[in-house]
Design a protein around this ligand. Structure first.
Ligand SMILES: Nc1nc2c(ncn2[C@@H]2O[C@H](COP(=O)(O)OP(=O)(O)OP(=O)(O)O)[C@@H](O)[C@H]2O)c(=O)[nH]1
Ligand SMILES: [Zn+2]
Length: 370
């Protein structure tokens, strides 16, 4: 297959390479050509769609331009739909796109058409690229636009699953931690959009028994800076300490900032929270479902480390279900309580009430201050 050699991606499928390149293009604010069954459209993220881009596309003679939005964003705009949908852009107006895609007070101003396969793939690409889930999609006449990267819808929709299969350890070393001197960091590549994922092996867990495990999604603000808006930093340090003081364990530090939405979208959501939205409504206003995270690759990391049974430290029923679904034996009697603060109590209550997290406020209140 000469096409595989083409990109020197020996051993990688051409479809996967195209998807990975498309993610880089979209993150850089450029468009890509999305193809399915002989149909091709240009896709560009709404957040990159400025007046200059709009004018260039109009000059190129593009037609049938639409703004594709996910169902939660359509609901916010006053047009509830079970699935994603699109509104027509008869003139390429960057200001209108920004309003419909992002502004908190916006209302839908045109009929909404159901999303087709190309539209769904466009949103999947933007999600993988961690940009705002709103896509400008249009038809490009013949040779009017050159140099666009082409990517196939089927390859886009298959991408996440193929990444799990490619997960591999790329580096490991001992890193003694305060309070956990015998600790090893093991770095995996793959799983979600070629990001690096880290397993932190604390002590020497007995792999023949259920291993203490925490799946910890990255939270820059909480883990590193001690943000008062969430409980992540406490959960992180408490989990490592419990593993070190007990029989050892494995903490997976997962590159899933903002429940998988990415740090930029998390800050957009925090801006809405500052206006009074709760954690889930803020995400929904931007077009996100309750939670974007998948944990299938986390289970695969554990498997590659020789773990068959886990005692998982979490309050999140989705994590428990995902580990079980992946075939691991799961004991789930260990909760991870952060410190309640005036700033995070609403966040914790929302997680309990809207996402079914096992958060016991009496137990939190009873926690002795450190
Ligand atoms: N979108 C969004 N993400 C947030 C917000 N606050 C925290 N996060 C993210 O939420 C995730 C929390 O991760 P975890 O602590 O692993 O997860 P959890 O789902 O609460 O589950 P457990 O802690 O295991 O009970 C991290 O990715 C944070 O960056 C928020 O207000 N909005
Ligand atoms: Zn946090």
């Amino acid at each position: 297959m000469t096409t595989v050699v083409d990109g020197l991606g020996l051993g990688r499928g051409t479809g996967e390479m195209a998807v990975e390149r498309a993610l880089a293009e979209l993150r850089a604010g450029r468009g890509v050509r999305l193809e399915a069954n002989g149909t091709a459209v240009l896709v560009i993220g709404a957040e990159a769609f400025d007046a200059v881009t709009a004018a260039a596309l109009a000059t190129a003679g593009v037609r049938d331009a639409r703004l594709v939005l996910p169902a939660p964003r359509l609901l916010k705009l006053g047009a509830p739909r079970a699935q994603a949908g699109s509104v027509s852009l008869p003139t390429l107006d960057a200001e209108r796109v920004a309003t419909l895609a992002l502004r908190a007070e916006a209302r839908v101003d045109a009929p909404v058409a159901p999303a087709n396969g190309l539209d769904h793939a466009a949103l999947e690409l933007l999600g993988l690229a961690l940009v705002l889930p709103a896509a400008v999609v249009c038809v490009v006449p013949g040779a009017a636009v050159t140099g666009l990267l082409a990517v196939d819808v089927a390859d886009v929709m298959a991408y996440r699953a193929t990444q799990v299969a490619r997960l591999a350890i790329v580096g490991r070393a001992p890193v003694p931690l305060e309070g956990a001197p015998e600790t090893e960091f093991v770095v995996f590549r793959g799983g979600e959009g070629l990001r690096d994922q880290v397993a932190i092996v604390v002590g020497r867990p007995d792999l023949s028994a259920p291993v203490a495990v925490r799946l910890h999604s990255a939270c820059l603000t909480g883990d590193l800076f001690g943000s008062l808006k969430c409980d992540c930093g406490d959960q992180l340090r408490d989990s490592v300490r419990r593993m070190a003081d007990g029989e050892g364990g494995i903490l997976l530090y997962l590159d899933q900032e903002g429940r998988g939405n990415g740090i930029s979208n998390k800050m957009r959501a925090y801006a809405l929270q500052a206006q009074g939205y709760d954690t889930y409504d803020a995400d929904a206003a931007l077009g996100f479902d309750l939670d974007q995270r998948r944990f299938d690759f986390a289970a695969e990391m554990l498997r590659q480390l020789g773990v068959r049974a886990v005692r998982v430290f979490t309050n999140n029923p989705q994590k428990i279900a995902a580990l079980k679904a992946s075939g691991l034996d799961v004991v789930s009697d260990q909760r991870v309580l952060g410190r309640p603060t005036a700033e995070n109590v609403r966040y914790l209550a929302s997680k309990r009430d809207r996402a079914g997290h096992y958060i016991d406020f009496d137990a939190l209140a009873a926690r002795a201050p450190d």
